[in-house]
Design a binder for this molecule. Structure first.
Ligand SMILES: [Zn+2]
Ligand SMILES: [Zn+2]
Length: 227
């Protein structure tokens, strides 16, 4: 099976994403575009993962629960999980660790929580666009302990990336890196695997079917591929 994927998508929970990035709309757009595998990777929280899992299932998509963590070093690291419950718990831990600074929706955008019926059930108060107290090493360890895998995000971006903020990828720490597929791919150690995703914050930015996993068919396979 050759599965087209997009493993970096933000829902309306992320303040920087459009409010119409509801789980239902994301799943419908992914299906329309011909993707088979998607992940939801909101910033530092997993409150829309359950609704996204259901919406993905309704569209017959393979769903990989994910979160985009902001580390203490202000580096974005994607964490992917083998199961929904673990991902939600991880998200709760991250959200709980954020500094007590409220979101200002008029400046940063809304942080909308969707319930499993596809209805807005509330908003998150604390601003999700803050650094957690966890270091890159902490997040790698926490991802492993949760049975998942950590991947440094959009390493070819000049902000919030491991290359922009640290200047290098610590040897031996990661098996896989993420490349923002709208930008040129940098030269990286050939031993590192690569995934290419959109980092979509709007429906139209969700990937066209251009990135494929060779022989990939389950979430477990993906976790093995990246960790
Ligand atoms: Zn990011
Ligand atoms: Zn992102």
């Amino acid at each position: 099976m050759k599965a087209a994927y997009d493993l970096h998508i933000h829902s309306c929970l992320s303040p920087c994403a459009d409010n119409d990035m509801t789980p239902e709309n994301i799943a419908a757009m992914a299906r329309l575009k011909g993707l088979s595998v998607i992940s939801l990777t909101d910033h530092n929280a997993g409150h829309n993962l359950e609704a996204m899992a259901l919406a993905a299932k309704a569209q017959d998509l393979i769903f990989v629960p994910g979160i985009e963590v902001t580390t203490r070093e202000e580096v974005h690291v994607l964490v992917y999980f083998p199961g929904l419950r673990t991902a939600i718990d991880f998200g709760d831990r991250l959200y709980g660790s954020l500094p007590d600074i409220d979101n200002r929706p008029e400046i940063f955008g809304s942080q909308i929580v969707m319930d499993v019926a596809g209805i807005q059930s509330g908003t998150l108060d604390k601003l999700l666009l803050q650094a957690t107290p966890y270091s890159i090493d902490d997040i790698v360890d926490m991802a492993k302990a949760a049975g998942g895998g950590a991947v440094p995000a959009h390493i070819n971006r000049d902000s919030f990336s491991i290359l922009s903020n640290l200047g290098f990828i610590p040897p031996g720490l990661f098996a896989c890196v993420e490349i923002a597929d709208a930008l040129p791919c940098p030269a990286v150690d050939a031993s590192l695997r690569k995934i290419f995703s959109s980092d979509a914050h709007s429906l139209g930015s969700i990937s066209e079917p251009r990135n494929y996993f060779p022989g990939f068919s389950t979430v477990k396979d993906l976790i093995l591929y990246i960790k």
